[in-house]
Each structure stands twice: as C-alpha cells, then as structure tokens.
Design a protein around this ligand. Sequence first.
Ligand code: SAM
Length: 297
Amino acid sequence: MEENYIETVLDTESLLKEPENFWSGKVQSGKEWHIYQGDVVNVLSKFDDESFNCCITSPPYYWLRDYGNDKQIGKEETVEGYVGVINNVMDEVQKKLKSDGLLFLNLGDTYYSGKGQSQGKDAKSKKRRFGLRAVDKSGGLGIGLQKKSAIGVPWRVAIEMMQHNWVLRSTIIWHRENCLPEFVADRPRRSYEYVFMFAKSRKYYFNREPLITKNIDEDVWTIAANGKSEVNTAPYPDELVERLLSIGCQEGGKVLDPFAGSGTTLRVAIDKGFSATGIELNPEFCKYIVNQLNTLA
Ligand SMILES: C[S@@+](CC[C@H](N)C(=O)[O-])C[C@H]1O[C@@H](n2cnc3c(N)ncnc32)[C@H](O)[C@@H]1O
C-alpha cells in the first residue's frame, strides 16, 4: 500500500561482504522486508541460525526453464545432481528456521524424453533457450529411465530430505485450475503440483483453523494455475501463499523465500502482516520485487 510505505533503504555498502546487493524497507505495520541478490546457499549461510518462522518457496524445476544465469539451479546433468543441490539449499534453510518452523516446498516433475536435440520447431523448447537438455540426451539420465518416463523429481527430492532430518508432515496437492493444457495425447495431461510440508522438528506451529472455517479441502487445494508477474519467473498464485501462511506461520512471524523470483511470497507475506526475506539470483527480478514492495496496494 502506497500510504503504508515508510522507507526503502538501498544499502550501497551491502550488509554482505560478497558482491551481492541488498535492499530493505519497512511498512507502517512495522514489518520489514529484505531482499538479497546472490546465490542462494551463499546468502543463506550468512544469516543467523533459527531466525525464520516459516519458509515458502518454489525452486527452479529440473530442466524446465532457463532463467538466463550460469549459476542457476535446475540445469544439473544428473537427477542426483539436482536432488543434491536442492538438498544443500534445504540443509541451510533447516538451520535458519526456528525449531518450531515449517517449510512449504512447491515442486513439479519433468519427463525424460531421450529424443535428442530439438529441431527448433517446438515453440516451447525455443523459449526455454536451452541447448541439448540432459533430459533429452540418450542414456536414461544415468538411472536407466525409459524414454517418455516421468522422472519423479519431487519425490526424489523429498525422500532425500527425509534423510536430512526433515519431517515430512503433509503432501498438499495443488490442483492448478485452468492450467494450460500440455500437448500430449497418450497420457492424461498434468494439472497438479506438490507442496510438501516439512517440519524441522516433531513439535511445530500449525493452525488448522483456516482449513475448517474456510471449508478448504484438507490436502487437495484447487487454486488458479497462474500467479501475477511481469517478469518471467513461473510465479505461484497469491492464494496459495495466503493459505500456506494462514496455516503455517504464527501471527507477525518472519517468512523466508530463498528462490524469490517475482516476490510473490514476500508481497503476500508483507500484505498479511508478516516480515519477509527473499533471496534471488537475477538482479532484474530483484529490482522488480523492490518496485512491487514499494507500491504495495
Ligand atoms: C520458480 S522461480 C520462483 C518463482 C516465485 N515463486 C514467484 O512467485 O515468482 C525460481 C527462482 O529461483 C531463482 N534461482 C535459480 N537459481 C538460483 C540460485 N542459485 N540462487 C538464487 N536464486 C536462484 C531463479 O532466478 C528464479 O527466479
């Protein structure tokens, strides 16, 4: 909200010693937002431990989108490589969450095509700007996958996270209402993604009330497919973040999104009276977030 906004500080010295940039601001409720531009693990490692109540995030999916940065996650040559990288990030997130904190991790799957180099006729693969994707190379991705198989990426990540002390408490199905239909004729078209609810420990903050009072289906949530953003980040919808905050973050708590993208988590969190911190590799996306937060309506 414009009138809510009090100050924005562009910290030119930067709180961090690396070449990342840092922006912060405060709204009238007293809630602060912070945005760090840089590599996620690098930035996370500099935060104080146990400083966030809740993390809501969506990392780049495996070989689905080119965010135009060499350091971007999602272009690992092997599935194990991707699972390992996401787990490294989530290990850091675990340290930074308070002991009663929750992590909501949104992930979707990728298919193994094994079909080789794109001929450039597929508009979707052109837009992705990848060269030959690992998921198009022959060799079954090194794990013996048959061509056309779903890789099972979300569950591979989740199972590894359980080996890293995360308590998987729920698998919310986000039914993506009115999502763009896939161009496939030989299987049902996908219309859902996972939101894994992980707890750092067995005792954690959780509020079932909104599920009851708002008559929300327990763990199958039908919410519009698309978020709103003028930058190309595959944003999730505000309503998804709103619901997650209402069940998983105590009033006025501190929210973290280590893959901030267009800043949906931060924007919704601030709007709902939480403090919010985001990390994002792409400087253009960071500027977009700062502008958005400065003009909160
Ligand atoms: C799926 S998008 C997040 C979208 C976000 N939930 C939204 O609503 O806009 C993933 C984001 O992770 C960022 N990213 C990729 N690799 C990163 C890295 N190593 N460090 C920090 N951010 C990274 C990408 O630039 C991209 O914006």
